[in-house]
Structures are given as C-alpha cells and as structure tokens.
Design a protein around this ligand. Structure first.
Ligand code: BTN
Length: 274
C-alpha cells in the first residue's frame, strides 16, 4: 500500500504486471506534464511505438471530453494514456472507447475490490458517482486512423474536499468509497494488463465479451435519460447499447433511434432528477 502521494515509477508498475505483449513495453513517467494525451500525440507524430504509455503525477492542462478540463490533483489520481496503432477505420473509434471503458472497469475492480459501472458513453461510475473518464483522440492521416491516444483518469485518494465545488457533487474516488488507500502502482499495472488483453482481443476480432461486459455494467440502459442537444433537451428511454456502442433510445413519439455521439443525463444519477 502507498500513502496516496508516493511518486509512481515505471519500475513499480512493471513489477506488479505480468508479461504484456504490447501495452506498457515503454512507460514514460512524469512528475508534471500538460496532459499525458498531448504528450503521446506529440511523440506519436515522431513515430513512437504501438503500446507506449505515459503516466503523470500531475497534469497542468488535463483534458476531458467535450473540451472540458479534467481535474488532475498531484498524486491523488491515476492519469495514464496509451498510444495504440490499431488497424481501425474512423467509424470504429466509438466502439474502441466503449471497449476501453470495459477494460478500465475490470482493472478498477481488481485493484480496488469494487464493482464499477459505466454511464454511456464512457464515464466510469462507482456507487452512482463519477470515478473517472476516458478521452480517446485519433490521429487521422491520408491512410485513415494512424494512431489513437486513449487517456484514462481515475480518482484514487481524493477526499470530498479535494474536488472543486463544480465537481464535488458528482465525483468520487476509490478511497472515498472503500475507506482504503488503493495503490496507484497496482491500479496502473492492472490497467495496463487489461488494456493489453483488450488490444489482443481487438486484433483477433474477439471483442464480444467486452461488449457483453459493457452492457452488464451500463447504468444508462433501462433508464430515463435526457438528451443534451446543442440548446435543446429531450427526454427519452434508453433501451440498449448496440454492437457499435451506440445508445438505442425510444423517443416520446415512440420512435426508436440510435444515438452515436453526444451527451446524456441519466435520471437519478449525478443529481439529475427531473
Ligand atoms: C472525461 O471524463 O471527460 C475524460 C477524462 C479523461 C482524463 C484523462 S487523464 C489522462 C489523460 N490526459 C488528459 O489530458 N486526459 C486524459
């Protein structure tokens, strides 16, 4: 166990891992960086290998989805990104993020002794609050997807007062939910193992178990949700997640449609009740 502020080192992560074929063969650790996603995008451009990982104690410009910032307090969370070079078409990127969400949940469960869930598309949920998130960014070139950077942020040792007022009502950490200090090195090792196993499955075309896992963990399915279109809001019922990780919903008119991008609020989650 670590005290929650101990520095993460590549050797400590590697010492807790089994043999990984790709993910984690190179691990770059930083005390401070703008964003581990931005770093991997920079080195991807100059040819860094498939599976390269970046971990930071602290990010000064941690980024979330939809242009939001991601709170990255020093030593209190796991801020980890991986560079992948999968043979995927641009339309296969939404599914990739869903598959990664399932792998992240498996790792958090193993390291933290918890049962995490997913809010579509890829918020990681623990006991109804946001434990972390995933930001997947593609590098597109003339030949299609040249690389993907998948960045994962997980809250580990934050107490409620460590979150800003904006985030505190919806966020949680492994320590807050379990009362225990979870080793970030063990969490990082579990995450790299799960991402490596997922990457193998992806290259073999055998991702069905991850889709099944995603569906089983998805708190959005079966719930009333509010679609957040630009300015408009619409209440619909989430029915299922399809094979491409689109959200199948029934509109008030009775029409059934599949949403592939965008944001939803789930009734009963994150304080949304109406
Ligand atoms: C979200 O919930 O909106 C996604 C958050 C993703 C945060 C991680 S932390 C590591 C990586 N580096 C970043 O700048 N963002 C991701």
């Amino acid at each position: 166990m670590e005290n929650g502020t101990e520095r993460l080192r590549a050797e400590d992560v590697r010492a807790r891992m089994g043999a990984a074929s790709r993910v984690g063969a190179r691990i770059d650790c930083f005390d401070e960086i703008d964003s581990t996603n931005s770093y991997l995008k920079r080195i991807a451009f100059s040819g860094a290998d498939d599976g390269t990982v970046a971990i930071a104690e602290r990010q000064t410009m941690g980024r979330g989805r939809k242009g939001r910032s991601f709170e990255s307090a020093a030593g209190k969370g796991l801020y980890l990104s991986v560079l992948l070079r999968p043979p995927l078409a641009p339309e296969e990127l939404l599914p990739l993020t869903g598959l990664i969400a399932a792998a992240v949940c498996r790792a958090a469960d193993r390291a933290g002794g918890v049962r995490t869930q997913i809010k579509w598309t890829n918020d990681i949920i623990l006991n109804g609050r946001k434990l972390g998130g995933i930001l997947t960014e593609p590098g597109l070139g003339a030949g299609g997807v040249e690389y993907v950077v998948a960045g994962i942020g997980l809250n580990v040792s934050q107490r409620t007062e460590d979150f800003t007022d904006e985030v505190a009502p919806i966020a949680t950490s492994l320590a807050r939910e379990t009362g225990r200090t979870v080793s970030r090195a063990a969490l990082a090792a579990a995450l790299l193992e799960e991402l490596d196993a997922l990457y193998d499955a992806l290259l073999r075309g055998d991702t069905a178990p991850y889709l099944a896992d995603y569906r089983a963990r998805c708190v959005t399915i079966g719930r009333e949700v509010q679609l957040l279109w630009q300015d408009a809001r619409e209440h619909v019922t989430a029915l299922d997640v399809d094979g491409q990780f689109g959200l199948i919903v029934r509109r008030e008119s009775g029409a059934v449609e599949t949403i592939r991008t965008g944001e939803v609020s789930v009734r009963g989650l994150y304080g949304y009740i109406e």
